[in-house]
Design a binder for this molecule. Structure first.
Ligand SMILES: Nc1ncnc2c1ncn2[C@@H]1O[C@H](COP(=O)(O)OP(=O)(O)OP(=O)(O)O)[C@@H](O)[C@H]1O
Length: 313
């Protein structure tokens, strides 16, 4: 289905998840404070926000691990609470602290997971292949690299072919290469049309992978849309980066059309709403060689929404 840009729940009975005005408090802490959202079938949906924003609590409520204090929660057409055992096999859950049978091989581990879900060994083999671990099938879980273990954790969440998958920071603690290679696995899941709720602190990742993202701040949804639309709707400011030693801050600030100038690692960063005018002034002063234009990213949107007073990781 086509994702809806609105943060209000669509009245779509076939949606994977519909939250309507969901609240959850722990004592005086309003962890979730009126969250409404819809995750469409086949959607790769990102949940972003600083530490303590309420992401985990929202996911736990969707998974049926926690009861919402108020509001309605519908997951695959059903209420996940009280714990709905008919729903559980339809969900796949990967957590940051995934439990493994460490003395088994990757293949044996998945075969055990498959058996727990009453699936056959072919299901384990398919899950192994879908995360690119077939070659490591005979490697003991203990001997897998960090990136391979994360793949195995994802495969464990996929083995029973669930309709809805929750992935919680699967790329946390991976080196940049392993992270990028896991992106390919995630892109593969996306192209298979799986419905995924994806929690991450990596904004580049959310921008690259997610159909839509919800940015949570202090228990509420501060923004919800596709990364592209969020970026397009954000500040129209362009940043021009002039290499070190070419321009003083004072001179930069005097250029007509420059709203703000700052120094970043020796380079001068100019913020402007009139990039054409400023670029031609720069051309006169220092030449344009090496001058970079930085367009807005999801990170800019995120920092705008969460920057002031928000708890930082
Ligand atoms: N079991 C609990 N008891 C009391 N307070 C809790 C509990 N779980 C979470 N909280 C509080 O609720 C708020 C939301 O926490 P939550 O873990 O949902 O946020 P989060 O966005 O997932 O954070 P992180 O990115 O650090 O995982 C925080 O203030 C947290 O301290």
């Amino acid at each position: 289905m086509t994702p809806t840009p609105s943060s209000r729940p669509a009245q779509d009975p076939t949606a994977a998840v519909v939250l309507d005005d969901v609240h959850k408090a722990y004592g005086a802490t309003r962890a979730v404070d009126g969250v409404s959202l819809t995750v469409g079938r086949g959607e790769f949906f990102g949940l972003l926000g600083p530490n303590g924003a309420g992401k985990t609590t929202v996911v736990e409520i969707m998974e049926g691990q926690r009861r919402a204090d108020a509001g309605t929660v519908t997951v695959l057409g059903q209420s996940p609470w009280p714990r709905n055992t008919a729903l559980l096999p339809r969900l796949g859950v990967q957590t940051q602290a995934s439990a493994f049978f460490v003395r088994l091989t990757a293949r044996e581990h998945l075969a055990t997971m498959a058996a727990l879900y009453r699936c056959d060994a072919a299901a384990a083999e398919r899950a192994l292949a879908s995360v690119g671990l077939t070659e490591q099938g005979s490697t003991r879980v203990d001997d897998l690299s960090g990136g391979q273990r994360q793949r195995l954790a994802i495969a464990s969440a996929l083995v029973h072919d669930p309709e809805l998958i929750f992935l919680d920071e699967p790329t946390a603690a991976l080196d940049p290469q392993a992270r990028r290679s896991l992106w390919e696995v995630l892109r593969g899941l996306r192209s298979e049309g799986r419905t995924i709720v994806y929690t991450t602190h990596h904004l580049d990742e959310a921008e690259a992978l997610c159909d839509r993202v919800a940015i949570m701040v202090a228990g509420r949804i501060a923004a919800l849309d596709s990364p592209g639309r969020l970026i397009a709707a954000s500040s129209p400011t362009t940043r021009l980066v002039v290499p070190a030693g070419r321009l003083t801050l004072e001179r930069a600030r005097a250029i007509e059309g420059v709203d703000r100038a700052s120094e970043e690692g020796g380079a001068i960063v100019l913020e402007t709403l009139a990039s054409g005018r400023v670029l031609s002034a720069l051309d006169q002063i220092t030449g344009l060689q090496g001058v970079q234009t930085r367009t807005a990213s999801l990170e800019d949107v995120y920092l705008d929404l969460t920057g002031a007073g928000a708890p930082q990781p």
